[in-house]
Design a protein around this ligand. Structure first.
Ligand code: 9MR
Length: 353
């Protein structure tokens, strides 16, 4: 009995203590549900290794996303500063951080004409030696991350805009027009389990590029060259390209039995430069656009939904601002690492709302 009275007294003191301290605490802000907990497919984010030193970034990224892409560090130029010379540190930092958060890792990108180190660009040996060096690079990188990376963009942006012709990259020049097939095979030989993607932009609205990509897939499949999916970068605006053209390209990938990755999603709201701040109306339009794209993706058969990756975490760090020279707010989080209406659009689509 004495014990019961004592407990009641203590409980009373505790609740009184809570009540009296309540007014000094900031009101609890209710956070929306984490996308990774709601989605039935991986929801990813591209991060640079230097963001790992910012607690607000890592907290939001780990809470929200279930997949990580290195925005920079796993490309050839940063990874390899000389033939046989590898700089793993920054890539390793991202990989071990992602693993600690239970995130899967998408490798980006083994070959990209915009990330060619000087030793490759100015390679002094024969074409055969060039190809051996590229093969060695692919094998080394894929094998190193065998246990960590579930999927690789094997080649990024191999086709020209408008014409759809094979780009005259150093890879095409030194290895010939069939280099794509051979490098996909090298990646497969290095890891029989990793998923292999071709990744590009513009495939939803550039008819010739789309045709070239699909022709490459058909050709690979007819020859038994390994390919598991196509990454559509999805650098879109709030109005362009039309949803129907995004759906059509996704369907073309699905009918070929491959997986679809919306691999670099961001949604420009200021493509004409008419805004100096993000207006509520444009923010709402962005939310609807994100909702529509995610809804269209969710309509794909489950085994073809590889994932959706946002190309960056917070608006002011998006590559688009420098690239286009306009103020821009293309991502799901604002400068204060707070979820925007666009985040809610993503979430509502996942929830079927
Ligand atoms: O957003 C990336 C930026 O931080 C890098 O400096 C740049 C060069 O490595 O690459 C950007 O990402 C590109 C991606 O790798 C491929 N598709 C186009 C992206 C924007 O340029």
């Amino acid at each position: 009995m004495i014990r019961l009275v004592w407990c009641l007294v203590v409980l009373g003191m505790l609740s009184f203590g809570c009540k009296s301290s309540a007014p000094t605490e900031p009101p609890a802000v209710e956070q929306p549900a984490p996308l990774r907990e709601v989605a039935s497919f991986p929801v990813g984010v591209a991060l640079q290794a230097r963001r790992l030193s910012s607690a607000p970034h890592t907290r939001a990224a780990a809470r929200t996303f279930s997949s990580l892409t290195a925005e920079y560090e796993m490309k050839m130029r940063p990874l390899s500063s000389g033939q046989g010379v590898y700089n793993w540190e920054a890539a390793d930092d991202l990989v071990s951080w992602a693993r600690a958060q239970g995130m899967q890792i998408h490798g980006h990108a083994l070959l990209w004409h915009e990330s060619v180190p000087a030793w490759v660009e100015n390679f002094g040996g024969s074409d055969h030696e060039f190809e051996e060096a590229i093969k060695e690079y692919i094998t080394t990188v894929v094998e190193r991350y065998k246990d960590d990376v579930v999927s690789w963009d094997v080649v990024n942006e191999a086709f020209d805009n408008n014409s759809g012709a094979l780009r005259n990259s150093v890879f095409q020049k030194r290895m010939g027009d069939d280099y794509l097939a051979r490098v996909f095979q090298y990646a497969r030989d290095a890891d029989p389990d990793v998923l292999l993607f071709y990744n590009d932009y513009g495939a939803t609205y550039d008819a010739n590029k789309r045709r070239s990509i699909l022709r490459m897939v058909d050709d690979f499949q007819s020859r038994g060259i390994p390919i598991d999916g196509v990454g559509l970068q999805a650098h879109v605006t709030y109005t362009f390209p039309p949803l129907t053209s995004i759906q059509a390209m996704m369907d073309s990938i699905v009918v070929r039995g491959l997986k679809v990755h919306l691999s670099e999603l961001d949604v420009r709201v200021n493509p004409n430069g008419d805004l100096t701040t993000l207006t509520p109306a444009r923010s709402q339009a962005q939310k609807e656009r994100v909702r529509n794209i995610v809804t269209a993706f969710m309509a794909l058969p489950q085994e073809h939904r590889f994932g959706i990756t946002m190309w960056g975490l917070i608006d002011p760090e998006s590559w688009l601002i420098e690239f286009w020279g306009n103020p821009e707010w293309p991502l799901l989080f604002d400068a204060n690492v707070q979820e925007k209406p666009a985040y809610d659009g993503f979430l509502e689509a996942l929830q079927g709302r």
